[in-house]
Design a protein. Structure first.
Length: 311
């Protein structure tokens, strides 16, 4: 493989040749695997081979699985709260959008538009017909007059009799958009007290509350109810909408019930609470409106401004 320098002394050359030979471990001298030209080298002391690497034992695996299960149990309520909060936010701003679009439709088409509100049991599948009264799922539907007329004359007595008599399974109405459902939300029978700016400066909830009869959750049933889907008789559809806000062709909003004739008020309100399933979140007494997950949607009937108040 290489030549050693030759000297005149024979013994010196032999010693040099012996020194140039590779030193092998005992028991492997002369083996072809460890020749001087081989690329395979003996493993250094302390180096681990594949046969020395082991996996997890059964006990270790069970401990890891148990810890993962415990963590899931601990964080599940947090995920539930996050989902409820997200659903509630979608409901608040979704309702605001539905009302704004309904007013725009009434003005653009020179007709009367009726926005129906209902709340049903959220534990019942939304495909079931009829839906079951309860809490946790707020539902909205929008219909409009086909011929541009009110379908109901405002009177001082027996108001709404003409609407009921001429309803004809909604033959004079047309659906505007699809049914809207909002989970983990509650509005029926809610009536947040006034939260005047003078007493609560800087509060996001500061506002003046309308009288009880113009807070939708506690207002009397409307004289312009309708069933959904259209084509069903009153109280015979999948949903029955008895709480109704209507917009006239000029965009003015009203809640029409049996004793208020053609009254236009300064403000109307929809109060909303979040729920967890079918149980509304408890409202503390006294109610600090600057704390919690709730909202008030106010409608200015004349201007059509729709404003959301949240803590």
């Amino acid at each position: 493989m290489f030549a050693l320098p030759r000297t005149w002394r024979r013994g010196v050359n032999v010693q040099r040749a012996r020194a140039a030979q590779p030193v092998l471990l005992r028991g492997f001298a002369g083996h072809s695997w460890f020749s001087a030209t081989s690329n395979v080298h003996p493993r250094a002391t302390g180096q681990r081979g594949p046969e020395s690497i082991r996996g997890f034992t059964l006990i270790e695996s069970l401990i890891v699985v148990g810890l993962i299960g415990l963590l899931l149990v601990l964080i599940a309520p947090a995920f539930t709260s996050i989902k409820s909060g997200t659903d509630f936010t979608n409901a608040v701003y979704g309702i605001q959008g539905v009302l704004e679009n309904a007013r725009t439709y009434a003005k653009a088409n020179n007709t009367y538009v009726f926005v129906g509100f209902a709340e049903v049991d959220s534990s019942v599948d939304s495909s079931i017909s009829p839906q079951v009264a309860g809490y946790g799922r707020v539902t909205l539907a929008v219909v409009a007059s086909k011929d541009g007329t009110r379908q109901c004359q405002y009177t001082t007595s027996n108001q709404g009799n003409d609407w009921t008599a001429n309803y004809s399974n909604g033959a004079h109405l047309v659906a505007v958009g699809k049914l809207q459902r909002y989970e983990n939300s509650h509005f029926l029978l809610l009536n947040f007290p006034s939260w005047p700016p003078s007493s609560h400066p800087g509060s996001n909830m500061a506002r003046y509350q309308p009288v009880t009869s113009y807070t939708l959750g506690t207002a009397l049933n409307s004289v312009t109810p309708f069933a959904w889907p259209l084509g069903a008789a009153l109280n015979s559809g999948q949903y029955q909408f008895n709480k109704v806000i209507n917009f006239d062709p000029t965009g003015v909003a009203r809640i029409a019930y049996v004793t208020n004739a053609d009254e236009i008020v300064s403000v109307m309100e929809i109060d909303l609470l979040t729920t967890h399933g079918t149980a509304p979140s408890p409202t503390p007494t006294p109610f600090n409106q600057d704390v919690g997950n709730h909202a008030a949607i106010q409608i200015a009937p004349m201007s059509g401004e729709i404003r959301v108040y949240r803590p």
